[in-house]
Design a protein around this ligand. Structure first.
Ligand code: BGC
Length: 433
């Protein structure tokens, strides 16, 4: 066996990171448009980004040239809900045209409903600190699903709750930059209710049978050796230690197994929340860049290979992640993000990104191993289709297969784009070279 015939070879992006047009066609400001001074490297912002809002047709043509079978993108909630329960038809129209363009080019759309672009008015109402968010997410999901579900089958409710809740409200490193660990249980509870409401809304209003998932940020401990003891130890670290719970189990267990979670004695997801919010998903979306990091350890780990943001690169992580997650939850998986940032320059229209080629190869070889051992994986989306605006780091880290020249918004295939194209065209055989 190898990669399945209908494997969704794809790439991933998110709205704010590529679209620009931050105040056009009725869009309201989001938490990522209202960035406090000094929070983003070089004080950069995503007002124009890759100008994908205006260049989407050109971008779909590039997707086609790359040969992808699927494209995972997100809807910017601030385009759809300018104020309270008002729905902005022009915002919906943009995504509707994008879906049509994808389908006309034989590309399966995978739609993420929320990739961190909460309307600023909703944040001012309390954001994740108030249960009121649930109602608005439900209205939002209904509007999008009614518009697109005659053509969209794959839905992702939320992207990386651990990041938008913990980075945004607990550690204060990403928008909206709140630092308050005491919020952990409350914002999580509000999120679990929102996720249940969104999942139910998709199923209720979809015109075609939807397949619903959620993209979890996940990081597995890679076993020291492949002995039974080491594997069990790694599994235990991944799911049962305080860092493992916060990185993985906190969201996975309640959503996928209706199982409460607890960490450090005071933070908990209750049995009641699990029962009220349990709504089985069709697949588990996994975002993975690096293996597990023990944040409680005083020793600074050393890695053989790291990226420019200091994260460990280790393809074995993708094998152990998919195996551990499948063995725990027994559900189909989809890799919704995985990729490498580099500092890059365009030279004579080319970018020779050997390191990214090595990265893609290593991670995909390990994913193939898991598939060969029987783990059901529906697809793989490289992050990212093109260079874009990175969380708090602005435009310096370039994750794309496609280079974006921000001076004139020209796009160029990097060497890795040609490599990935060959992988897709050969259903993975290229990885044997
Ligand atoms: C996020 C992306 C981000 C990427 C690289 C993921 O956590 O979903 O928005 O750009 O990681 O940091």
């Amino acid at each position: 066996m190898s990669f399945p015939k209908d494997f969704l070879w794809g790439v991933s992006t998110s709205a704010t990171q590529i679209e620009g047009a931050y105040d056009e066609d009725g869009k309201c400001l989001s938490i990522r448009d209202c960035l406090p001074e000094g929070k983003i490297k070089n004080n950069e912002n995503a007002k124009i980004a890759c100008d994908h809002y205006h260049l989407y047709k050109k971008d779909v043509a590039l997707l086609k040239e790359l040969g992808v079978k699927s494209y995972r993108f997100s809807i910017n909630m601030s385009r759809i809900m300018p104020l309270y329960d008002e729905i902005n038809e022009r915002g919906l129209e943009f995504y509707s045209k994008l879906v049509d363009e994808l389908l006309a080019n034989g590309i399966e759309p995978i739609v993420t409903l929320y990739h961190w672009d909460m309307p600023f008015w909703l944040y001012e109402m309390g954001g994740w600190r108030t249960r009121k968010v649930v109602k608005y997410f439900e209205i939002y999901a209904k509007a999008v699903v009614e518009k697109l579900s005659d053509r969209v089958k794959y839905w992702i409710t939320f992207n990386e709750p651990s990041c938008f809740l913990f980075n945004g409200y607990v550690q204060g490193v990403h928008a909206p930059f709140i630092k308050n660990p005491l919020l952990i249980s409350k914002i999580s509870r509000n999120f679990f209710h929102a996720n249940a409401a969104v999942t139910r809304a998709i199923r209720k209003y979809a015109k075609e049978k939807p397949l619903v998932g959620l993209s979890f940020a996940t990081s597995p401990k890679v076993p020291e050796t492949e002995s039974k003891e080491d594997i069990e130890k790694a599994r235990q670290i991944t799911f049962e230690t305080p860092s493992g719970i916060l990185a993985n189990t906190w969201f996975l267990d309640p959503i996928l197994a209706k199982k409460p979670a607890k960490v450090y004695g005071i933070y908990r997801v209750s049995k009641k929340t699990c029962e009220e919010c349990y709504e089985p998903l069709d697949f588990i979306g996994l975002n993975n860049y690096a293996p597990f990091v023990d944040y409680t350890s005083k020793e600074k780990p050393t890695y053989e290979w790291t990226n420019m943001l200091g994260w460990e690169n280790n393809g074995k992580g993708l094998y152990w992640l998919t195996r551990f997650v499948y063995e725990r939850y027994h559900m189909p998986l989809m890799i919704t993000e995985n990729g490498l940032p580099l500092k890059e320059e365009l030279k004579e229209g080319k970018v020779h990104d050997e390191e990214r080629i090595r990265y893609i190869k290593e991670y995909l070889v390990n994913l193939e191993r898991a598939i060969n051992e029987g783990v059901p994986v529906l697809g793989y989306s490289y992050w990212s289709f093109m260079d874009n605006f990175e969380r708090a780091e602005g435009y310096e880290p370039r994750f794309g297969l496609v280079y974006v020249d921000y001076k004139n918004e020209e796009r160029y295939f990097k060497d890795s784009a040609y490599y990935y194209k060959d992988i897709i065209a050969t259903s993975g055989k290229k990885l044997e070279e």
